[in-house]
Design a protein around this ligand. Structure first.
Ligand SMILES: Cc1cc2nc3c(=O)[nH]c(=O)nc-3n(C[C@H](O)[C@H](O)[C@H](O)COP(=O)(O)OP(=O)(O)OC[C@H]3O[C@@H](n4cnc5c(N)ncnc54)[C@H](O)[C@@H]3O)c2cc1C
Length: 286
């Protein structure tokens, strides 16, 4: 199918883009187009005005900002995956990208577009939650900052409003010695996840400190596993602890079934993947 008719705007700077979004028309931002264009072709999205932000070069950056890595709205997946800053400070993101889509999609798609699209089976919303990212959201005359845990609301739903742009994602650099784990099962490599489990933790005197765990692909949006984190905190890592935590997490989760993976299978995946992720995180913590 082809999209319904729309007006195409290609502003040269952020202020002009924000003014278009504030016009009161039914507008939609076009970033990499890797999710929006298929949705328009299927007429699942029918904006009257498409605001192409690809000329906003001021938003094309990945930069070291002290304790934070800042990623602008036009940073493409491929640039983030190969960034030396990301590889040095946030290797879990580089690893996740080897599971996300394919080279052609990663060359055009943006992290911010991915987060605003908020597919329930998308990996990055879970990673944003364990890294405790902050989202900088701009509209005419003001900016606001939203914690990742408050940004994702449901399937294809975030707290961002129609007149706003997610201009920057701010990722705190993990503390020294933080280990991480990432596991995923999908129908094929590069497909959206049936189940992704991600975790970070530190070891302090041989005991688990600051455990953070999240799931993607299982519930309606990425979910932080608070009960599992509490159960791990202060404990010495061991196989039976990890199995018990995984069993409890699998029982507690509320999986949404899809055409290709039912709820029971997703619970099995949580049960199987969570201990592996925790073992990897322990092995990588120093
Ligand atoms: C074959 C294929 C496989 C894929 N596999 C995966 C996968 O395994 N995992 C995964 O996570 N993704 C996957 N994707 C999606 C991919 O990651 C997209 O790049 C991403 O979802 C959207 O980013 P984009 O820049 O292309 O956004 P667009 O498609 O341009 O926009 C997506 C939505 O976000 C809005 N938007 C975009 N930027 C902003 C902004 N800065 N502020 C506010 N709103 C904004 C748009 O208006 C639109 O509603 C796949 C895509 C394809 C085509």
């Amino acid at each position: 199918m082809k999209p319904s008719a729309f007006q195409y705007e290609r502003p040269e700077d952020l202020q002009a883009a924000l003014a278009l979004l504030a016009s009161g028309e039914d507008t939609r931002i076009l970033a990499g187009g890797q999710s929006l264009v298929p949705m328009m072709n299927y007429r699942l999205a029918q904006p009257d005005v498409l605001v192409d932000i690809n000329r906003l070069s001021e938003l094309d950056y990945i930069k070291d900002d002290g304790d934070v890595i800042a990623i602008g709205a036009l940073a493409r997946h491929a640039a983030i995956k190969s960034s030396s800053l990301i590889q040095a400070h946030l290797p879990i993101i580089a690893e996740a990208y080897s599971w996300i889509a394919h080279a052609a999609v990663r060359n055009r798609g943006t992290l911010c577009g991915n987060l605003c699209h908020a597919d329930a089976a998308s990996e990055m919303p879970a990673i944003m939650q364990i890294l405790e990212a902050e989202m900088v959201v701009s509209k005419v005359g003001s900016n606001r900052t939203v914690a990742a845990r408050d940004f994702f609301v449901g399937v294809y739903e975030t707290t961002i409003e129609a007149d706003e742009i997610l201009t920057e994602v701010r990722l705190p650099k993990p503390g020294a010695g933080t280990g991480w784990g990432f596991e995923e099962v999908a129908m094929r490599r590069g497909d959206y996840a049936w189940c992704t489990v991600v975790a970070t933790l530190r070891l302090s005197d041989g005991r688990i400190a600051e455990p953070r765990i999240a799931l993607a692909g299982v519930e309606d949006c990425a979910t932080r596993l608070a009960a599992a984190e509490t159960a791990l905190k202060g404990q010495a890592p061991n196989a039976s602890l990890f199995d018990d935590v995984a069993e409890a997490a699998a029982k507690a989760t509320r999986p949404s079934a899809s055409a290709t993976s039912d709820a029971a299978y997703k619970r099995d995946l949580v049960r199987a993947l969570l201990p592996r992720v925790l073992n990897d995180a322990v092995a990588r913590s120093t």
